[in-house]
Ligand binder design. Structure first.
Ligand SMILES: Nc1ncnc2c1ncn2[C@@H]1O[C@H](COP(=O)(O)OP(=O)(O)O)[C@@H](O)[C@H]1O
Ligand SMILES: [Mg+2]
Length: 323
């Protein structure tokens, strides 16, 4: 079996909602299993509407949340094994890129100070001169340069430029995995594809895998190697991007695909999602059944198990559109 870069194994995370005394809970992540092989870098996109649990899942991969159930391993190191796992190495190996670049950088610090901090504090560069060189080189790889960035503050850049600088900062540690949670959601529509395409170039150049989280399939369409669809906390479909997008097996993936604007179409805002209800999160039947055009009695009574088909595809549905 190929060694895994990342393995998410039957992971769940529950939140209590509605105040201290409330007993209401929602399963933000519901028994999700996903993995990325080591050796060959990939872009895995995690797609689904707002509120389906994308950020919760990625916060667990970033070790910002601890799973309630299941385990996560990076190159065979279990996150829960505190002794066998060096937190500094983790900071080098896994890097985040956040949604809003205007919140990533403070108004009071120059933007380059973040880059120097990463380069010098984590022991990647021994001297300032070494850091200058590495930072300039990395900025060039995202279409910027140290001469342009040096001494400037966040307000002197556009959202797209700041996101490029965030990507450069992440690359400085030579990570094996970058987690980008809706990195273009706050960016001008015309710049979105530029940034996402950069992931594709950097994947090869830096041999780094990306988990690209988005509610917007149109950006995932062109860059992903694999796609995972989440619905109400659960993974409902997984597969190679092209196969999955050309022939979705889950009716929900089909619905998401049908909402993707094709090249030349006007940009559509994200889909409207019915109100999230705690009880729908907790349904023991197929969670998509209430919205599914193909739902049968079986779907409304029991939860489908995941089935595998093709070489690498998986779907959780009683009536998949492809088998
Ligand atoms: N810290 C939290 N406390 C309580 N509920 C949360 C918390 N974080 C997320 N949730 C809930 O979990 C669900 C999934 O949220 P999230 O992972 O942010 O989804 P997404 O990133 O796909 O929009 C939502 O219903 C959200 O309200
Ligand atoms: Mg989110």
């Amino acid at each position: 079996m190929a060694q895994k870069l990342l393995e998410i194994d039957h992971v769940s995370k529950e939140f209590r909602i509605g105040g201290m005394l409330s007993r209401k809970k929602i399963l933000a992540t519901d028994d999700v299993s996903l993995s990325i092989d080591a050796g060959k870098p990939v872009i895995l996109s995690i797609v689904g509407e707002s509120g389906c649990g994308k950020s919760t899942l990625c916060k667990m991969v970033l070790r910002l949340y601890t799973p309630d159930k299941g385990r996560i391993t990076l190159l065979g190191h279990d996150y829960a094994d505190r002794k066998g796992y060096d937190p500094n190495q983790f900071r080098l190996d896994v890097q985040p890129i956040f949604q809003n670049p205007f919140e990533t950088f403070s108004m009071r610090k120059t933007v380059d100070s973040y880059l120097y901090n990463t380069a010098l504090r984590l022991g990647i560069c021994k001297t300032r001169a070494e850091a200058d060189k590495l930072i300039d080189e990395t900025l060039h790889n995202v279409g910027m340069s140290l001469a342009v960035v040096k001494g400037k503050y966040m307000t002197q850049f556009s959202g797209g430029e700041l996101q490029r600088i965030s990507i450069a900062r992440a690359l400085i540690t030579r990570p094996k995995l970058i987690i980008a949670d809706e990195p273009v959601a706050a960016i001008d529509a015309s710049m979105k594809m530029n940034i996402v395409n950069l992931f594709k170039e950097l994947k090869e150049q830096y041999q780094v895998s990306f988990i690209y989280i988005t509610h917007d399939l149109s950006t995932a369409y062109y860059v992903s190697d694999y796609i995972a669809t989440l619905y109400r906390g659960g993974l409902i479909e997984f597969g190679p991007a092209k196969e999955l997008m050309d022939n979705p097996a889950h009716p929900y993936t089909e619905l998401l695909m049908n909402a993707v604007p094709r090249v030349g179409d006007k940009w559509k805002e994200n889909m409207v999602m019915p109100d999230m209800e705690g009880k729908e999160f907790a349904l023991t039947c197929c969670k998509f059944a209430p919205r599914c055009p193909y739902a049968t009695e079986q779907c409304r009574k029991t939860r489908p198990n995941e089935t595998s088909f093709g070489d690498e595809r998986r779907v959780s549905c009683f009536h998949p559109l492809v088998k």
